[in-house]
Design a binder for this molecule. Structure first.
Ligand code: MN
Length: 241
C-alpha cells in the first residue's frame, strides 16, 4: 500500500472528497460503475473481516448499482442528471417506482462509495485535524463525547440504516437515517437531518453480521480503528467553508 502510485491515487481520492464529491466528476448518472476499494478486502482486519468486505463491496454495493442502472436505462430523463442532483431532489421524480428505486439504490450507491472512502487501514487512521477536533469539542464537548453520540445514533437505529456526522449551517451534528436514505435527500429526510455528510457508518447487518453477529455495539467500537480521519478532516474543511 505504500508505493508511490497508490499514494498518489489515495491523495487524488482525498482531493475528490475535499471537492465535495464522493464520485469522479461525471455530468450524468447513466451507467454507474462499481468504484474500486482504495484498499484490499483484508486491509481493515481485524476490525472488519475480509469476507464481509468482499461481499459488502462485490455483492451488496454492486447490486445497488445494477438496480440503479436499470432504472436509469428505463428513464433517459433521469440518466441525464448527475446522481447527487437526483438524490438532492427526489420528490421531482414523479413516477413512484422510479423514485423509490433511485432513493434505495441510488442512495445505496452513494452511501457505499462514501463509506469506502472514509475508512482506511488502522495504521493510517490518524486523528481529526486541529480544526475538526476543535469543532467536535464545540459541538459535543469533546471528541470522546462525539464518538459516544455517534455510536448511540448507530446503535439505536432500529433495523437497517446509517449514522452520520454532518455539517449543517456551518455546525457539526449527528443524525441517523433508515435504509439507504442519507442527509442529502431533501424532501425525504426531515429538514433537521439535512446537511453535508463528512462521516457515515453503515449499521445494516450485512456490514457486520459475519464477524459480530448481533453485536452491533462491538462492531461500532471496533470501527473507530479504521476511520480515515485525514479524509474526514478534508471533508470538514471543504463543507465548513
Ligand atoms: Mn452496506
Amino acid at each position: 500500500m505504500m508505493n508511490a502510485p497508490l499514494n498518489r491515487r489515495h491523495f487524488l481520492q482525498i482531493s475528490a472528497l475535499a471537492a465535495g464529491s464522493a464520485f469522479a466528476p461525471s455530468a450524468a448518472s447513466a451507467a454507474q460503475t462499481l468504484p474500486e476499494l482504495p484498499y484490499g478486502f483484508a486491509a481493515l482486519e481485524p476490525h472488519i473481516d475480509a469476507m464481509t468486505m468482499e461481499i459488502h463491496h462485490g455483492k451488496h454495493h454492486a447490486a445497488y448499482i445494477k438496480n440503479l442502472n436499470a432504472a436509469l436505462d428505463a428513464a433517459p430523463g433521469l440518466a441525464a442528471k448527475a446522481l447527487p442532483d437526483l438524490l438532492g431532489d427526489l420528490p421531482a421524480i414523479s413516477e413512484d417506482a422510479a423514485r423509490n428505486t433511485v432513493r434505495n439504490n441510488g442512495g445505496g450507491h452513494w452511501n457505499h462509495a462514501f463509506f469506502w472512502k472514509i475508512m482506511t487501514p488502522p495504521a493510517t487512521s490518524g486523528a481529526p485535524s486541529a480544526e475538526l477536533g476543535s469543532a467536535l469539542q464545540t459541538a459535543f464537548g469533546s471528541v470522546d463525547d462525539f464518538k459516544k453520540a455517534f455510536a448511540e445514533a448507530g446503535t439505536k437505529r432500529f433495523g437497517s440504516g446509517w449514522a452520520w456526522l454532518i455539517v449543517q449551517d456551518g455546525k457539526l451534528k449527528v443524525v441517523s437515517t433508515p435504509n439507504q436514505d442519507n442527509p442529502v435527500m431533501k424532501g425525504i429526510v426531515p429538514d433537521s437531518d439535512l446537511g453535508t455528510p463528512i462521516l457515515g457508518l453503515d449499521v445494516w447487518e450485512h456490514a457486520y453480521y459475519l464477524h459480530y453477529q448481533n453485536r452491533r455495539p462491538d462492531y461500532i467500537t471496533a470501527w473507530w480503528n479504521v476511520v480515515n480521519w485525514p479524509a474526514v478532516s478534508a471533508l470538514y474543511a471543504s463543507a465548513a467553508k
